[in-house]
Design a protein around this ligand. Structure first.
Ligand SMILES: [Zn+2]
Length: 254
């Protein structure tokens, strides 16, 4: 039986009334000690295959700015990727960016179910519970999922500094995109470097089903690798989210 050293998720401002609600699926690179790093080398365990570098500190800073709720996953995506559908092959990856994850090969049904039961489910149940509570308590919820992406993938350098990915309710993400593109001269991707589709879990499950205005923000990892460099992106994203919320609410009133 899998034994966890920490609870599977972290939560900040759990009962906040802020309109914003943040989640961070790939927040940490933690693997339980008994799993011996899943047989992955130390440098790979500190690379983008294990977690979204810089995403958690940015998400925490945003949640603190808005005094908003943030829920994050406390275990590495190599243990289980909490943004994958349960039947998707990437849920417990055997290979990631050409690195073999030995500890995920020939996994027994029991081990697979343990990871779903002890890591995946509690995280998503907590998000669901908090969103249910908000339906009674709060007027509006803007669902914001914070991720980061590696600057180079399969040998190709990615041009975007930030990517705006839309979920089911596109309107809010399109306002975020428009504000970023009109006010800043850095390269902003739309549904790049990834898109929310049938492999994804978090936005479809929590935001799309509830028709919440939502956005998934991807920030290039080399830009938010240090506390100092994170400051610009925290300020920029906070300003854009604040204005996008105002624009969205104003448009909804018309
Ligand atoms: Zn991610």
């Amino acid at each position: 039986m899998l034994k966890l050293e920490y609870r599977p998720f972290g939560i900040l401002n759990s009962e906040s009334d802020s309109d914003f609600f943040f989640v961070c699926d790939h927040a940490t690179n933690f693997v339980p000690r008994t799993m011996l790093g899943l047989g992955v080398g130390k440098s790979d365990l500190f690379s983008h295959i294990a977690y979204d570098i810089g995403a958690l500190p940015v998400a925490i800073a945003l949640a603190l700015k808005f005094e908003a709720s943030l829920i994050w996953q406390n275990y590495s995506r190599l243990m289980i990727d909490c943004n994958r559908q349960l039947n998707h092959e990437g849920l417990i990856p055997e290979v990631s960016d050409h690195i073999t994850i030995d500890g995920n090969h020939s996994l027994s049904e029991q081990s697979r179910n343990d990871r779903i039961k002890l890591i995946f489910r509690p995280y998503h149940l907590e998000i669901e519970k908090r969103l249910n509570e908000r339906e009674e308590r709060c007027g509006q919820t803007f669902f914001v999922s914070v991720h980061s992406f590696t600057p180079t993938m399969n040998g190709i350098r990615r041009p975007w500094k930030i990517g705006v990915l839309s979920g089911g309710n596109e309107k809010f993400s399109l306002i975020v995109l428009e504000l970023l593109r009109s006010r800043y001269d850095f390269c902003v991707g739309f549904n790049e470097p990834y898109r929310v589709d049938s492999k994804d879990f978090t936005i479809p499950e929590h935001a799309t089903k509830r028709s919440l205005p939502s956005v998934l923000i991807e920030i290039r990892q080399d830009l938010i690798a240090t506390e100092k460099s994170q400051k610009f992106w925290i300020e920029t994203i906070a300003t854009v989210l604040r204005n996008a919320r105002e624009d969205y609410l104003a448009e909804s009133r018309n």
